[in-house]
Design a protein around this ligand. Sequence first.
Ligand code: DGL
Length: 274
Amino acid sequence: MSSTDLAARPIGIFDSGIGGLTVARAVNQVLPHERLVYFGDTAHLPYGDKSTAAIQAYAVKICDLLLKQQCKVILIACNSASAAAYELVREYVGSKARVLNVIDPIVAHVGQQYAGRTVGLIGTKQTVNSNVYRKKIDDLDAQVELRSLATPLLAPMIEEGFFDNSIAENVIETYLTNPALDGIEALVLACTHYPLIKSQIADFYQERVAVLDASDVVARHVQQYLDHHGLAARPGSAAPAHHFYVSDFTRSFEESTRIFFGQEVHLEHYPLWE
Ligand code: DGL
């Protein structure tokens, strides 16, 4: 196949639900010519409390769908799935598509910008307890001290639309005053949902701590990756037609796409598990 044919194929993005649309949105902003095929596994949401084995089984099945859709790249937008299933998915997909995750770009960024410093991280239980960030950051040998805290209430809170009110402020403050995060100079938002509370977190720290929004870092990484491998789509005459699939459809999921993607998008029900 010619590289032009390959470049014209879509980017597949998957997540446990619609929260990964924050990553899709960032990718779409940086790469407006790329066609996206998004899959949200709303039937199994949340992944943050699931076992590694369960997430791996879901991820493999989702990849079958994204490969059927001819995706050139599969981006695991979910931190929990990136932590639990990236290596397995990469092996499973083999040479049929390139597989990217949301952890490696932020780890590289931290290594470059925060060598010798103390960095905090918040995410789901799966992401934090997997210790994947710690292992990858330690492998850089950049003397970064990572202080992580599982913040499981944040994702459901944001999904319910509680992110810019006093309840959210209280929950955020309770987590961020945890001694586990004492002394940090930057905080990695290691969850699809957290870009939506970035400004509340920044307000809490009053510029004492840099807040690292992984979705922006990941989108720039995808752009560099496509350029480097000659996989970037050529500009077309019309805007690319994205597809957004979910394994379980409710109207409330569709309404929530506005929060995560910045505009409401049409969700197509793809019952992968029936
Ligand atoms: N997408 C998940 C993540 O980034 C958060 C929601 C969930 O637990 O499924 O870790």
